[in-house]
Design a protein around this ligand. Sequence first.
Ligand SMILES: O=C[C@H](O)COP(=O)(O)O
Length: 228
Amino acid sequence: MQLLVSPATIEEAKKALSADIVDVKRPEEGSLGASFPWIIRAIKDLTHKPVSAAIGDFDYKPGGAALTALGAAAAGADYIKIGLMFDGIEEAEMLIHSVTRAVKETYPEKMVVIAAYSDWERLETISPYDMAPLAAKAGADISMVDTGIKDGKSTFEFMDETRLVEFTKLNQKLGIKTALAGSLKFEDIEILKRINPDIIGVRGMVCGGDRRAMVQEELVLKAVSMVH
Ligand SMILES: O=C[C@H](O)COP(=O)(O)O
């Protein structure tokens, strides 16, 4: 299991370099809010670790999503991560295909991460179970869940251990990796190890519990030591 930590600034990224993957995002713009290309590039220049970039909680706009994905890849992101903030299988298929093609045509080695939300029922968006086969079919690399509304409620409040194991196994069967996130806490790490996704993603945990605060280096080190 790898640890992905989401800093919002270059200063925070310097405190997150012990994570396995450094994930650049702009929390003010949403759960998977996109940052600026110059921030992604500057963070990429800080480290040899893989850098991930969130590109937004997207409405059904496949053209905009594809161009944004290519922009994040060109800025240096090794993982390009998009959230599906809409419903509809055909729409999701079109958007996932467009984003994956946009990245892979120019950067076949880069990873495409498709996220659906653990709180999809309250958001009325596509479920992670419906998203996963579409991500696998399009040739994306990682199927992810995160909370779409960041109100302190954790993914575990919407998907219990059984449902997260089901999601992880579905991805394994489809030949795609699994990432889990959404207000995860230190005390969840043992359960997460049992579920055994490929990646867990955190921000609030390493900000002292409040994702609007700053990433703290000692909490990143604590998370790294607990995960590995
Ligand atoms: O990709 C990971 C997310 O940034 C998780 O953020 P959070 O732990 O504050 O919910």
